[in-house]
Design a protein around this ligand. Structure first.
Ligand SMILES: *[C@@H]1O[C@H](CO)[C@@H](O)[C@H](O)[C@H]1NC(C)=O
Ligand SMILES: *[C@@H]1O[C@H](CO)[C@@H](O)[C@H](O)[C@H]1NC(C)=O
Ligand SMILES: *[C@@H]1O[C@H](CO)[C@@H](O)[C@H](O)[C@H]1NC(C)=O
Length: 331
């Protein structure tokens, strides 16, 4: 009794100090050749993609909760430049474009966020997320070592990073964002751009680093990703994938749960046996992060659907269907 009594003020003091500092406590995210390391612990991480503009804001809490019940650690989303800046200098972050609110809901659910800024994102989204006004600037060449383009890309990327920093949403600030992505699947096209493509990749890495986010940057499907960018795999199978540096973990950013649907084509479907095979093989071969693309596909509202001839639905045969319904029952 006496002992307990006398230690009370100390306990109270500890509680106070913890209470005062915990809200600002940074989450330390690093990596080695084996895994993403969070606060000193190597982690096996499961993510799932949910793109905020492909559902309505009032659907977000339910979708995120179901993703959590499905066993995910992280929600992955792209940022959609042409939705946010339809005309140069005119921004829209309202309604289902309020990505800050989306990230905060993920945080409240206790999950991490993988923020894939791009800002070229492809994503079966109109013009891969690039605004049409960008295309119309005289002398611009997109996604290469072009000064006009790079200035625009840097401006928008900086704007997004500043927005999340202002709300303390980076893990380095105590927030949920553990990984950030620059560019997207550039490796599919780098050959076409020649030496300028390589210079552009280096510029992307340097520019991203200069934004000082305090969490690792990834580049998906980009075998030439310059250090310290982690190159990651997208595909139906990634067991054969090897990152381009021994100190990068083996990560699968897009585990395609199904496929997007084009007009006049059959409904995409991926057999469960095949998925089971893919999962066993990926982890057996040293994988430590995988992300379901998509976990909830949703809807391409308005004229946001990309080509060629993709449908309004972005259901993707994902675990949560277009309307957010899951047919899995949890016991
Ligand atoms: C963050 O984690 C890494 C790897 O575990 C460690 O080397 C580093 O010292 C940590 N940094 C801080 C600020 O705790
Ligand atoms: C970038 O943003 C700055 C400040 O907002 C602005 O002055 C500049 O013109 C912008 N540059 C481009 C290329 O849009
Ligand atoms: C890929 O996603 C499917 C479900 O869509 C899942 O069954 C499979 O385990 C996942 N693969 C990995 C490596 O996690």
């Amino acid at each position: 009794m006496v002992m307990i009594r006398s230690s009370r003020p100390l306990l109270l003091l500890i509680a106070l100090v913890v209470g005062l500092t915990s809200s600002a406590t940074a989450t330390n995210v690093t990596y080695d050749g084996r895994a993403i390391i969070i606060n000193g612990e190597r982690r096996l991480l499961f993510g799932g993609s949910i793109h905020y503009p492909r559902s309505t804001a009032d659907m977000w809490p339910g979708l995120i909760q179901k993703a959590k019940e499905g066993g995910l650690d992280a929600i992955d989303t792209y940022i959609f430049w042409n939705a946010h800046e339809p005309r140069k200098g005119e921004y829209n972050f309202a309604g289902n474009l309020d990505f800050i609110k989306f990230i905060k809901i993920v945080k409240e659910a206790g999950l991490y966020v993988v923020l894939r800024i791009g800002p070229y994102v492809c994503a079966e989204w109109n013009y891969g997320g690039f605004p049409v006004w960008l295309h119309q600037i005289l002398g611009i060449e997109l996604r290469t070592d072009n000064e006009i383009f790079k200035a625009e890309m840097q401006n928008f990327t900086t704007l997004i990073v500043d927005m999340v920093k202002k709300e303390n949403l980076l893990a380095s600030q105590g927030g949920p964002i553990i990984l950030t992505q620059i560019e997207n699947e550039y490796g599919n096209f780098i050959e076409k751009y020649g030496a300028a493509g390589k210079q552009y990749m280096q510029w992307c890495a340097d520019m991203a680093e200069s934004l000082d986010v305090g969490v690792p940057w990834i580049m998906c499907q980009e075998p030439d990703a310059p250090a310290p960018m982690i190159n990651t795999c997208n595909g139906f199978y990634c067991h054969k994938f090897k990152p381009n540096r021994p100190d990068s973990p083996k990560m699968w950013t897009e585990n395609w749960t199904g496929w997007f649907q084009a007009w006049g084509e059959g409904q995409p479907y991926r057999p469960v046996e095949d998925l089971a095979y893919a999962v066993a093989y990926f982890f057996e071969s040293g994988g430590s992060f995988q992300n379901y693309y998509m976990y909830h596909g949703g809807t391409n509202f308005g004229r946001t659907s990309g080509g060629p001839y993709l449908m309004t639905s972005y259901d993707y045969d994902a675990p949560l269907d277009e309307y957010g319904t899951s047919f899995i029952t949890y016991s």
